[in-house]
Design a protein around this ligand. Structure first.
Ligand code: ATP
Ligand code: MG
Length: 253
């Protein structure tokens, strides 16, 4: 099983939209996919049509012998299951800060127990710098970082990139940043898109602003907005780039 985390410590940059879009694309491409909503806001949970929380609260995520797979709920989409979020996740950081069983080991163990049933785990992270986010960064294969066109999102990304660079080679995840909510009518947005060089760690994909995405929470099938249309087409390209890079790392289905 490969693990991809959608993360940026800045809020509102498109992490949840990205996690849901990547999970939906992976499932559509044939991978048994588990979306793990780590944000007590529960937005990813709602977007995949689930209105239940964690059975037994946050500690059950790690202590339940059935592990993550035991908490996974079906969605309306084939091969896509979700570990839901609820307000008990407010204790997630405390759990990690206090050692969390064997701390990172327990996160790894929880993931390990899901590995037999899933090909891909997609994490939707909270907008925070915390013990939990540090543990997730260490445990994941790839961190996908959505960047909006504002300078503040970029300077915060530079900090995050430096932090990841400082991790040991064994713990350091790959990083893939990309532009999102791009509005080509705006000069700043056009400049940024034109400046993106095809370098390691930065995707050429720019997800456009798409009103279908803004309205997706109101739709009968919200995932259609990230599988179809202008944003959906960009997210499909982003998924294909990620799929190729995950295949490159190890043998993967
Ligand atoms: N491509 C897009 N086009 C239009 N709106 C978008 C697009 N991507 C995201 N949005 C909207 O931007 C808002 C923030 O997106 P999202 O919730 O994914 O961000 P987030 O980083 O997960 O936020 P938080 O930090 O609160 O978890 C949402 O209202 C979402 O619908
Ligand atoms: Mg979010």
């Amino acid at each position: 099983m490969r693990t991809v985390a959608s993360y940026h410590h800045k809020g509102g940059v498109g992490k949840t939209t990205t996690a849901v879009a990547l999970a939906a694309n992976a499932a559509a491409a044939g991978h048994r996919t588990l979306l793990w909503d780590l944000d007590p806001q529960g937005s990813a949970t709602r977007l995949v049509g689930v209105d239940r929380g964690i059975d037994g609260g946050v500690t059950a995520l790690f202590d339940d012998p059935a592990g993550l797979a035991g908490q996974a709920l079906d969605t309306a989409h084939e091969r896509l299951r979700v570990v839901p979020a609820d307000l008990s996740l407010r204790w997630l950081d405390r759990w990690f800060a206090d050692g969390g069983g064997t701390a990172d080991g327990s996160l790894d163990a929880a993931m390990e127990r899901a590995a037999a049933e899933f090909d891909l785990l997609v994490l939707d992270c909270q907008p925070a710098v915390s013990a939990a986010s540090a543990a997730v960064l260490r445990a994941t294969d790839l961190v996908v970082v959505p960047l909006t066109a504002g300078p503040l999102a970029w300077s915060a990304f530079a900090d995050l990139d430096a932090e990841i660079d400082a991790m040991t080679a064994e713990q350091r995840p790959d990083v893939l940043a990309f532009l999102t909510m791009v509005d080509r009518r705006k000069g700043l947005h056009r400049e940024l898109v034109d400046d993106v060089e095809p370098t390691d760690g930065f995707s050429q994909v720019a997800v456009p602003t798409d009103s279908r995405v803004e309205r997706m929470a109101l739709a009968a099938d919200p995932l259609r907005a990230v599988l179809n249309g202008r944003a959906g087409s960009a997210y499909r390209s982003l998924w294909q780039e990620i799929e190729a890079s995950l295949r490159g790392r190890v043998r993967w289905p």
